[in-house]
Design a protein around this ligand. Structure first.
Ligand code: MF3
Ligand code: CO
Length: 256
């Protein structure tokens, strides 16, 4: 069942979405060679709990131990921050921020490039962001959900990248994850028609090599089987009468 949000829900989702985007905006100046992913997590944690006075939806979620997910290079998602994981020149990383405020959830992630990165790393991040943006731009009431995956797939495959199939976008509101589940590749089965006041995430994970992934022995960290680089961007999106609104849009960000 897809929950159509009421005006109060939408007001609260805008609040938590904005705060989620602020965490990502805040952390960008700290991303530099020599910092550990634990230190990045701790700065985000303090900002979330002491500055904006909300909670992390990750911390304690199914036993997840930290307040953020930080996924470096060949890590696809759910990287656990660790003091031994130290950023170096050329790394790419995803920071995934999920917040809960007044019972409502916000969810967003983005890539960061550390110093000088390879041409491939830069292209992978650029194409992954483009795939998210192009899939957002088509959103309006009346379109089928499968158009989102189709749009992402077209861009990824044209660039010889692969799409991770094991994870998807999701409805979000008073639940962290709810229907509809949004595939990032084309599936004719995604026949749901978008309606005004639905809210869901789109969060494509794109690999430079093969799509196959495995879970580390820590039971969380997901990596590419072939050790290729992986990128992800995520936004929380509201379907509006004539289009969409990105609830997690960051300062200085526009959907181009
Ligand atoms: N942010 C991720 C999502 O989009 C979920 C991470 S929850 C965690 O669904 F517990 F794994 F951190
Ligand atoms: Co999500």
């Amino acid at each position: 069942m897809i929950i159509i949000k009421n005006n109060f829900d939408i007001k609260k989702m805008k609040e938590v979405g904005k705060l989620t985007s602020q965490v990502l905006h805040m952390i960008k100046n700290y991303i530099t060679p020599g910092i550990s992913t634990q230190e990045i997590n701790d700065i985000c944690h303090d900002y979330i709990y002491k500055k904006i006075n909300v909670t992390s939806a990750c911390l304690g979620y199914q036993g997840y131990p930290k307040s953020t997910c930080i996924s470096v290079n060949n890590v696809v998602c759910h990287g656990i921050p660790n003091k031994k994981i130290i950023l170096k020149n050329g790394d790419i990383l995803n920071i995934d921020i999920s917040l809960k405020k007044d019972g409502y959830f916000g969810d967003s992630s983005q890539m960061f490039l550390v110093g000088e990165c390879s041409k491939l790393a830069k292209k992978l991040c650029k194409i992954t962001l483009k795939s998210l943006y192009e899939s957002i731009k088509i959103i309006k009431p009346g379109i089928k959900l499968r158009k989102i995956g189709k749009t992402i797939q077209k861009i990824a495959t044209k660039n010889n990248f692969s799409i991770v199939k094991e994870y998807c976008g999701h409805g979000i509101g008073k639940n962290f994850h709810e229907e509809p589940y949004v595939l990032h590749y084309y599936s004719k089965d995604q026949e749901i028609v978008l309606k005004k006041n639905m809210i869901f995430t789109i969060e494509p994970m794109i690999n430079a090599g093969q799509r196959k992934i495995f879970c580390d022995k820590d039971k969380w960290t997901i990596k590419t089987c072939d050790h290729s680089l992986s990128a992800q961007y995520e936004h929380t999106i509201l379907v509006k009468k004539n289009g969409y609104e990105v609830l997690t849009l960051r300062k200085n960000e526009s959907i181009i």
